[in-house]
Design a protein around this ligand. Structure first.
Ligand SMILES: C[S@@+](CC[C@H](N)C(=O)[O-])C[C@H]1O[C@@H](n2cnc3c(N)ncnc32)[C@H](O)[C@@H]1O
Length: 260
């Protein structure tokens, strides 16, 4: 599993996608809204983080759910945080913080909640949950959704039929996250896995969607893809077409845990 090596590249890809993110991240935004529904009614400490917030699409709902809480919108990408400001989502109680989720520049036990949606898939589960645990106060909660290995499987299989170069990230598994949660000291974590399938009319629209949401960064990928290889991959992907269109599978983990 590639973990922390290319954080800068992850940030750069997302910076390029800052403008287009909200319009294309339909599935991410639906998952995030369901996470907001699970927010606790109160926190042990009135400070919370949205880790990998991008344009901070949940800021208003999070503030409505927890009006007394001071939020920090954390992201690797300054352009995403700038876009959050342009969209009027930052305010006195919802402040930006450009930082790496694995190395939060925050004091121990300073937070009552860590929220994160579709952002920690490039992190090492152990390192990121360890740092989340460090900044959480006793009885503080972590609430996250993250795609697991098996996501984008149709794209991966289609490329595999063409060449052995990496075209889809090898994401951490359910067990990686479960073990990391125990090691980070969360005694009774609740982990649930949900398979979600989107349908597209063409491989081109799938590629456009992944690019527009910054999800096209692949660790270890080198060079450009030739036209012949692309066409062979498209032909392979077309064999998976259903009456609803071309499937794109996301294998999503919901993790909720309390710090003892
Ligand atoms: C797919 S977007 C998700 C945005 C938002 N949470 C949502 O659900 O719509 C992922 C975001 O996570 C950020 N990100 C990725 N790795 C990160 C890290 N290690 N620390 C902080 N932010 C990170 C990216 O810059 C990007 O803005």
């Amino acid at each position: 599993m590639q973990a922390t090596a290319d954080k800068q590249l992850v940030g750069q890809h997302f910076s390029r996608a800052a403008r287009s993110y909200d319009e294309h991240a339909i599935l991410q935004l639906a998952v995030g809204r369901s996470l907001v529904q699970r927010l606790p009614a109160q926190l042990p400490v009135n400070h919370a983080l949205d880790l990998g917030c991008a344009t901070a699409p949940f800021a208003r709902a999070q503030q409505q759910a927890l009006p007394d809480v001071h939020w920090q919108a954390v992201d690797l990408s300054p352009a995403m945080l700038a876009e959050a400001a342009v969209r009027g989502r930052l305010n006195e109680r919802y402040q930006p913080l450009c930082a790496d989720a694995e190395q939060l520049p925050l004091a121990e036990a300073s937070q009552g909640l860590v929220f994160s949606c579709f952002a920690l898939q490039w992190c090492d589960p152990q390192a990121v949950l360890q740092d989340i645990s460090r900044v959480l106060a006793p009885a503080g909660r972590v609430l996250l959704a993250v795609p697991l290995g098996g996501s984008l499987q149709e794209l991966q299989q289609s490329w595999q039929a063409v060449n052995q170069r990496p075209h889809v990230n090898a994401l951490p598994t359910f067990n990686d996250w479960q073990n990391a949660a125990f090691k980070a000291g969360f005694a009774d974590p609740d982990l649930q896995q949900q398979v979600m399938v989107e349908y597209y009319d063409s491989v081109k629209s799938i590629a456009r969607r992944l690019k527009a949401t910054g999800a096209d960064h692949v660790s270890g990928a080198t060079g450009l893809t030739g036209k012949n290889a692309w066409q062979a991959m498209v032909a392979e992907y077309e064999t998976k077409r259903t009456s609803q269109g071309l499937p794109l599978t996301w294998n999503v983990l919901f993790l909720e845990a309390e710090k003892s």
